[in-house]
Write a protein of this length. Structure first.
Length: 269
């Protein structure tokens, strides 16, 4: 099993519980109902595809695609556990969506996926072509870095100890679409019409001890920045992280998350 898959096995159930409301809201914005054909881009461990399949049952269908076969295997296990029908999971690159029917889907979903692609405009164009005329894309992005605690808090703890490279919003990563104008521009460039944007705060991690906070943070977001640091610096960062997060604890529990931006765009009919 790859490192990425073993990390996800550890945190999957928690993340599903914490972020489920975002997926459900995406399905509301997509106006999902029984009988619809839905495409979930970069579905990973099956979000929001598995929930979508429940909404479009009994006669609708969902196709979830991702490049990571190991994550799709986790999605398939969950779908089987939840007795989900009408869901196909397929390895496919969102840039070309090779083999995915064109003009078929009523709704395309992409939760926290597009910003990680090498060429998101190519992917957006492929998604548009997969939709039927009048079809709708609902996508989720992370907002500006200072609104995204799960990265901002551990990063600022490290930034208080050493100079950090600035976040590069021009390369694939969490913040590529942190600015609303960027995604609106790229959607328009391939012919989508943006009809709704909203923001909501969502938790992505929950800790009940400092060790849990450190372990989660090392797994998500900080791996690359920490990997080459000498041990004393790592320990200093851990202490600083605990201090920085201290005011955020409530009732013996710490949640970190961020503002996620949900964007709805239509393929003109
Ligand atoms: C942050 S995860 C989001 C997964 C899921 N949608 C969710 O919300 O839990 C990003 C996903 O994008 C997938 N991905 C990255 N590049 C891709 C590409 N070119 N085509 C399809 N999927 C891709 C990754 O494998 C990963 O599963």
């Amino acid at each position: 099993m790859s490192d990425c898959a073993s990390i996800w096995r550890r945190y999957d159930a928690d993340e599903r519980r914490l972020t489920g409301a975002v997926s459900e809201r995406m399905l509301d914005l997509g106006l999902l109902r029984p009988g619809m054909q839905v495409l979930d881009i970069a579905t990973g461990r099956g979000e929001p595809a598995i929930r979508a399949a429940k909404r479009v049952a009994p006669n609708g269908a969902v196709l979830g695609v991702d490049v990571a076969a190991e994550l799709l295997a986790m999605a398939a296990e969950r779908a089987a556990d939840e007795d989900v029908t009408g869901l196909e999971l397929r390895v496919a690159d969102a840039h070309s969506l090779e083999g995915v029917p064109r003009g078929r889907f009523d709704v395309a979903l992409a939760r926290w996926g597009l910003m990680y692609f090498d060429d998101p405009i190519a992917a957006l164009d492929s998604i548009r072509l997969a939709l039927r005329p009048g079809g709708r894309l609902v996508a989720a992005f992370w907002a500006e870095p200072e609104l995204v605690d799960y990265i901002h808090v551990p990063r600022s703890a490290l930034a208080s100890l050493m100079a950090l490279p600035p976040i590069d919003e021009d390369v694939p990563g969490t913040f590529r679409y942190a600015h609303r104008e960027r995604i609106e521009r790229d959607l328009a460039s391939v012919g989508f019409l943006v009809n709704h944007v909203e923001e909501r705060w969502t938790p992505v991690m929950e800790a009940s001890t400092d060790d849990e906070l450190i372990a989660w943070t090392r797994s998500f977001g900080m791996q690359r920045l920490l990997v080459d640091l000498p041990d004393p610096m790592q320990r200093a960062w851990e202490r600083r992280l605990i201090e920085t997060a201290e005011p955020l604890w409530k009732d013996g529990r710490l949640r970190l998350g961020g503002v996620t931006r949900l964007v709805v765009a239509d393929r003109p009919g």
